[in-house]
Design a protein around this ligand. Structure first.
Ligand SMILES: Nc1ncnc2c1ncn2[C@@H]1O[C@H](COP(=O)(O)OP(=O)(O)OP(=O)(O)O)[C@@H](O)[C@H]1O
Ligand SMILES: [Mg+2]
Length: 326
């Protein structure tokens, strides 16, 4: 059952000024509790700096960051960090501790009883797809890169943090493992209701994972919007370029046949018999591919659960959605 354990994270006019450089410049946005916010932008745009100010690894020059309304600067940094999961690109597992000991780090610091730490570690290893029987007693050097990433995620989740900070956590793994880790993160996050701030260079990853995407440039926030809105209405040329010239197709990947404006005036029996039957949950991108492959102009859409006929999706409707945001 999903719960509301996540906390709201608010950046209020946050600036980080170094001697010769503004790393973050007047950043303001709010991540609602239990949502995933993705920070994207070119190298040097201030993503890591923004993340590290949340758990006070870096202190802002001005402005405030509030977690559930409390300024992080008012909290003891050590206590604060125990409440915030943190995954960095190189994972940073402790090499001389087993995977189980690594995962139990924060619960140990919090003084949990031994058997509770143990059961929590086992539970989390299973959750991220590392069979505890095989992996708990191993050392980090005995894991693949992708397995280490997962152990890092398990460790960050151990004490049920209301907020997780993830800095390019899946940067170093191959596309197949990355795909699996993304799916696992989404499942875990929905399950635990954690608020996640996630940095990536990969716009496709941002679109897949994000409830909101924050696009940064030169320390400033250029646009903050849900993925669909970003693809449909990029705020300026920089965002349009960043999300890519195929943003129309990407946007179709976020929309479903069931959510489209279906033509319900056509009887099921009247639909082109060569047309593929589409489930309502099929993305418009997949629907388009199937229809082009079969060379049909229309396809019937049915309910995922009971197979009830919902209406006809036409190529014209799909192209209209593609064209509506050119
Ligand atoms: N300690 C520091 N002193 C001076 N400048 C710094 C310091 N740390 C970071 N910067 C500068 O602040 C800017 C933002 O850095 P940051 O690490 O937040 O970028 P980033 O968006 O995470 O980039 P990347 O995608 O390459 O990881 C960069 O131009 C960087 O050179
Ligand atoms: Mg960085």
């Amino acid at each position: 059952m999903p719960n509301a354990r996540g906390a709201t994270v608010e950046f209020r006019d946050v600036t980080k000024q170094y001697a010769d450089q503004v790393a973050v410049d007047g950043l303001s946005f709010t991540v609602p509790a239990g949502k995933i916010c993705i920070l994207v932008g070119p190298s040097g745009s201030g993503k890591t700096t923004s993340l590290k100010m949340v758990n006070r690894l870096i202190e802002p020059t001005s402005g405030a960051i509030l977690i559930d309304g409390t300024d992080v600067l008012q909290e003891d940094p050590v206590q604060l960090r125990r409440r915030i999961g943190y995954v960095i690109q190189q994972v940073g597992l402790f090499p001389h501790q087993t995977i189980e000991e690594n995962v139990g780090t924060v619960p140990r610091l919090l003084g949990w009883p031994k058997d509770r730490i143990r059961s929590r570690s086992i539970e989390l290893l299973a959750l991220v797809g590392l069979d505890p029987k095989r992996y708990a007693a191993r050392y980090p050097a005995q894991l693949s890169g992708g397995e280490r990433q997962r152990a890092g995620v398990a460790r960050a989740l151990a004490a049920d943090p209301p907020v997780m900070l993830m800095d390019e956590p899946f940067g170093a793994v191959d596309p197949i493992v990355r795909d699996r880790l993304q799916a696992e993160l989404l499942r875990i996050q929905r399950d635990q209701g954690t608020t996640v701030l996630f940095v990536t260079h990969d716009i496709d990853e941002a679109i897949r994972l994000g409830d909101r995407i924050a696009i940064m440039k030169d320390g400033k926030l250029v646009q903050y919007a849900p993925p669909g809105e970003l693809l449909a209405h990029p705020a300026n040329e920089f965002v349009a370029q960043f999300v890519g010239s195929d943003r129309g197709l990407k946007r179709l990947g976020l929309l479903t046949a069931g959510g489209a404006d279906l033509d319900s005036g056509i009887e099921r029996a009247g639909v082109d018999p060569r047309a593929p039957e589409l489930k309502a949950s099929t993305t418009l991108r997949d629907a388009l591919a199937l229809m082009l492959e079969r060379g049909v102009q229309q396809a019937p859409v049915v309910d995922d659960n009971d197979g009830r006929y919902l209406g006809v999706l036409t190529l014209a409707k799909i192209s209209k959605m593609l064209g509506s945001q050119a």
